[in-house]
Design a protein around this ligand. Structure first.
Ligand code: G7M
Length: 324
């Protein structure tokens, strides 16, 4: 990899801390101005945890199911995903200067500490899913903790509205990095909401195609090659232009199974082990293109192997159908 140095993106004005690298966001926080949002400052005050769905000390994240506390969403089912954010090289000096350090132990040349940084250097990235009705995930997660690297499963099919909101510019319009408006081969490229856009080390964008009939990898045939090649080429060019990350440093892939059934492509930076980028779930776009060039029926006919959590609704259905 040519450039292994950590590069940070300025959270205030959305520029990389280097010459003229602009982010898509107008205000940098991805706020959707067209939809009512509860006061974010107090939104989680009073949140009642019902179940820890998943927790990973390695990934430094926790998935919590519970109920919203006081406020406009009081009593509504919600899933919160809390994640410790990556270190930022440009804040290290301030971190050392302003943090409180407590010695834990000292032995020979070794010593360990607990560091207490000031609030603004001690950020968590939070995803909140607030459900109008009982959360479908609460059923599928009712057996307790989970293994695996995916996100929250079990709500994807029912909650696809956010994809159409993006395509219709009802949400995240100010975050769009690139758009080709062509209804057949066009797509919208924007940061995946798992990426806080503060550094390039975990760069993560998704391309969502304008066509609405293509549900997943399974639907693809040679007729979709112009669309796939367009996403690959224009997506990579747009990322190079915006973030100066060349295509040779990008991992471009589709998920099977995806969490929602509207064709989309993931762009992550090599070196970042994004959840779901492993061989059991990720299909490289360049392989997909070549497989289709060789056989138009490739993804319609071949066996595709994928992991499912023990309590995944799909696994349950496959069992009922006698497929196991
Ligand atoms: O596993 P699958 O291929 O379905 O991946 C879906 C991707 O969409 C994941 O990487 C999610 O983080 C991302 N994503 C999910 N939602 C609900 C949103 C959203 O509202 N906005 C954006 N920008 N990305 C999302």
């Amino acid at each position: 990899m040519a450039d292994t140095k950590k590069r940070s993106l300025d959270s205030d004005n959305g520029t990389e801390s280097g010459p003229e690298k602009k982010l898509a966001t107008g205000d940098g926080d991805g706020k959707d101005t067209k939809q009512p949002v509860a006061d974010p400052g107090s939104m989680l005050a009073g949140f009642q945890t019902e179940k820890i769905m998943r927790e990973s000390s390695r990934e430094k994240n926790i998935f919590i199911h519970g109920k919203m506390g006081s406020g406009p969403n009081e009593g509504q089912d919600a899933v919160l995903i809390l994640e410790k954010t990556p270190f930022r090289e440009d804040s290290l000096a301030e971190l050392f200067k302003t943090s409180e350090l407590k010695l834990q132990m000292r032995n020979d040349i070794y010593s360990t500490y607990h560091m207490h940084p000031p609030a603004h250097l001690n950020e968590y990235f939070v995803q909140a899913l607030v459900f109008e009705r009982r959360c479908p995930a609460s059923r599928s997660f009712s057996n307790g903790r989970h293994q695996g690297d995916g996100g929250v499963s079990g709500y994807g099919e029912a909650h696809q509205e956010w994809v159409y909101n993006i395509l219709e510019k009802k949400a995240e319009a100010d975050r769009i990095v690139f758009e080709d408006p062509d209804p057949q081969n066009g797509f919208v490229l924007l940061p995946d909401f798992k990426w806080d856009q503060k550094q390039l080390d975990d760069l993560y964008l998704i391309a969502i195609c304008h066509q609405r009939e293509i549900k997943s990898l399974r639907d693809l045939t040679q007729e979709h090659l112009p669309l796939l090649q367009n996403i690959q080429q224009q997506g990579q060019e747009a990322i190079m232009k915006r973030y100066s990350v060349p295509s040779c440093r990008l991992r471009v892939y589709l998920h099977y199974q995806p969490s929602y059934y509207h064709l989309h492509v993931h762009f992550t930076v090599l070196g970042y082990e994004a959840p779901g980028c492993g061989v059991e779930r990720a299909h490289l776009l360049s392989d997909v293109i070549q497989n289709l060039q060789t056989d138009t029926q490739h993804y319609r006919t071949r066996t595709l192997t994928y992991p499912l959590r023990a309590d995944d609704a799909l696994l349950h259905k496959l069992r009922e159908a006698g497929r196991f």
